[in-house]
Design a protein around this ligand. Structure first.
Ligand code: FAD
Length: 379
């Protein structure tokens, strides 16, 4: 681990301390902590140094994300949202927009991303939010749902349809007149991640807040932000797997039943091996995807979807196994493996559900199949 990464992991470990369980029960975490982490550049570490960021590559960001995910999936989710907002601004925004917005996101300002709507979940072509130009202003109307981190955020990147029929991503201040944020109470997992519905009623925003001038192809806008989110969730799941492996291993080594430790019972030992296999295989798939990002390889997209899918399914299964190993000790509200069980299930739904990932992977297979030849693998 490099010096910068080691220091970042130590800082976050110190900030989180033993609070993750408390934050999960309370359904919130301290916003001053988020602002401190944000001002240190830790919530979006891939932002280049020229914009106040850490300029990390995907592999280093991934290892850090896994570390945060092993401590607290709510905090990791907030980090994912900030990273998605920064990535979207960096990819779709003009130079002037990047110079204006990115230093804010590396300076303690918090941001969320809003695509989903009550009628547009997996099918984002059904987005109905309208972004209408009115001279040098934009008027935004819509209803977004399940936006992570938005209860803490100063800005939300809203994806909508423009009056010319193209798509746009507009950076909306959460305190703008006409923005209403309704917290989602008691979500299944990542309970302190600040999920909320966002209602926008004739919200006026300067046209300069429209990333890249708008009028873009909707799938491009959506996949730009989702790409970062998928990678971040995938690495976050590596963290969930590590937390489960540590908790199950520790418990199996100390708890005795039938005159020996749980780990000495072969069926329990099999669970421990399964947890290690899941953590190691998931790590390799994530490392591969990050390498594709960092080297700009053409298989970046499919490798990212693969990483997200493998990681989310492995984490959800492994968390259930870890609860099984701890049994009653792990079913206590807020316990590491109880949280992992709930948090990991959510990872199978977000940033493209398991089914959506399967469809994308199947599309890759069908596009690359050649009669009597092996399927072309991601490099
Ligand atoms: C914890 C959490 C955090 C989230 N954070 C954000 C966020 O920050 N920003 C944001 O915009 N949204 C966010 N979301 C919303 C998330 O992106 C959606 O929940 C997700 O896209 C699925 O949409 P849906 O829930 O409407 O399910 P639906 O689209 O209604 O799907 C229901 C089920 O049907 C399956 N399905 C749907 N269509 C097909 C098909 N064609 N073939 C096969 N199966 C299909 C799905 O896979 C799923 O299993 C979050 C959601 C959760 C739970």
């Amino acid at each position: 681990m490099s010096g910068g990464l080691t220091a970042a992991c130590a800082t976050v470990t110190g900030f989180v301390g033993d609070q993750a369980e408390h934050w999960d029960r309370a359904g919130t975490l301290p916003s001053d902590l988020l602002r401190k982490l944000g001002a240190a550049g830790y919530l979006c570490p891939q932002v280049p140094a020229g914009y106040g960021g850490l300029g990390w590559d995907s592999a280093r960001d991934g290892e850090f994300t896994a570390h945060v995910g092993s401590l607290c999936s709510s905090l990791r989710s907030i980090m994912t949202s900030q990273g998605m907002a920064a990535w979207t601004i960096a990819r779709l925004g003009s130079e002037a927009q990047q110079a204006d917005l990115l230093p804010r996101l590396t300076g303690g300002t918090l941001a969320a991303v809003a695509f989903s709507e009550p009628g547009a979940g997996s099918d984002l072509s059904a987005i109905r939010t309208r972004i209408v130009r009115d001279r040098d202003m934009l008027v935004v109307d819509g209803h977004k749902t399940w936006s992570t981190a938005v209860t803490y955020a100063d800005y939300v990147v809203v994806v909508g349809i423009m009056d010319d029929g193209g798509a746009g991503a507009v950076v909306v201040p959460t305190d703008a007149p006409g923005v209403r944020i309704d917290r989602i109470a008691d979500p299944l997992g990542c309970r302190a991640a600040g999920h909320a519905d966002v209602r926008l009623t004739r919200v006026q925003v300067p046209a300069a807040q429209l990333l890249g001038g708008g009028g873009q192809f909707l799938p491009l806008v959506v996949t730009t932000a989702l790409a970062y989110g998928r990678m971040s969730v995938a690495w976050g799941c590596v963290g969930i797997l590590r937390a489960c492996l540590a908790a199950a291993g520790t418990h199996a080594k100390s708890r005795r039943q039938f005159g020996r430790t749980l780990g000495e019972h072969q069926l329990v030992a099999g669970h421990l091996a399964d947890l290690m296999i899941a953590e190691q295989t998931t790590l390799r798939v994530c490392e591969h995807a990050s390498r594709c990002w960092d080297e700009g390889l053409p298989d970046q997209v499919v490798a990212t979807v693969l990483a997200k899918h493998v990681s989310a399914t492995a984490a959800a299964r492994a968390a259930a196994v870890a609860v099984q190993v701890l049994a009653s000790a792990g079913t206590r509200e807020g316990h590491t493996v109880a949280r992992a069980y709930r948090d990991a299930k959510c990872m199978e739904i977000i940033e493209g559900s398991n089914e959506m990932c399967q469809l994308l992977l199947a599309d890759h297979v069908l596009a690359n199949v050649r009669p009597n030849e092996c399927i072309e693998r991601p490099s």
